[in-house]
Design a protein around this ligand. Sequence first.
Ligand code: ADP
Length: 284
Amino acid sequence: MVAAVSLANVHKVYNNTCVVNDLSLTIEPGEIFGLLGPNGAGKSTTIRMLTTLAQQTQGDIVVAGYDVRLQAAQVRSEIGVVLQQVSVDMDMTVWENMEFHGRMHHIPAAKRQADIRRWLDYMGLSDRTSDKVKTLSGGLKRRLQIARALLHNPSILFLDEPTVGLDPQTRRRLWEIIRELNKSQGMTMLLTTHYMEEVEYLCDRIGIMDQGKLIESGTLQELHQKHGKGIVMKQKGDRWDYLFFPTLSEANQYLDAQPDKTGMMTRPANLEDIFVELTGRNLD
Ligand code: ADP
């Protein structure tokens, strides 16, 4: 099977600084892949290169079987893109935004009308079609962005920080929509985030990025197998030391065996712990 997305030794240099550094990665059709990393890690730049909005300085990128540099138009017809900044037109109505996008993609009128109706309905926006976008809440704007990104029937959806700035309830609703889209349409998805819960909830595989480099990748299960599922935390002055254990019960056994348990506790390990272990820093 041809990979949905493949990057081979990709570099992006801005002003003599390598912001994406030797990134190699393959995403299979139907996968939800999450790129997790702190601000400035190079996640958005990676998405911009994958979606033909920026060109790599070096390396090869193939999306839906097309070379992003040589076959940009074909790539664009195969992908849907939801960027961080809300890119819908605030002074147009919900319907007009969809209509405009549909025309840009040369979707014939009858199909365009039917698909706009279908996606607005799917995203729960049917009762807002005549409203100007500026009157929608942040969550509904994001849903409109997704509806619009899906209108030309892409096989791969790119989502750059899809839930940043949304309240927890709206975020969870969007997660459900994303997961449902993946399951019902078999759509490949690449999303970037700095919320570990987001990748834990949504992603089949995870890549952890830091300072332009992919420092770890695999399924959540694989990452836990490699780094540990249980943690003993030890307070040392104003900071914590972390000890990883293969399981939480082994972490508990270790704690039980300590003569002095002051300032010590155990808990399940999460992705943030793995990030801290790899980089010595927090995700935020
Ligand atoms: P992330 O999405 O992980 O927060 P970005 O890809 O936005 O990271 O940024 C990675 C680095 O590249 C940052 O240091 C940022 O300042 C820099 N960068 C991003 N876009 C540009 C640009 N157009 N020109 C110069 N530097 C940029």
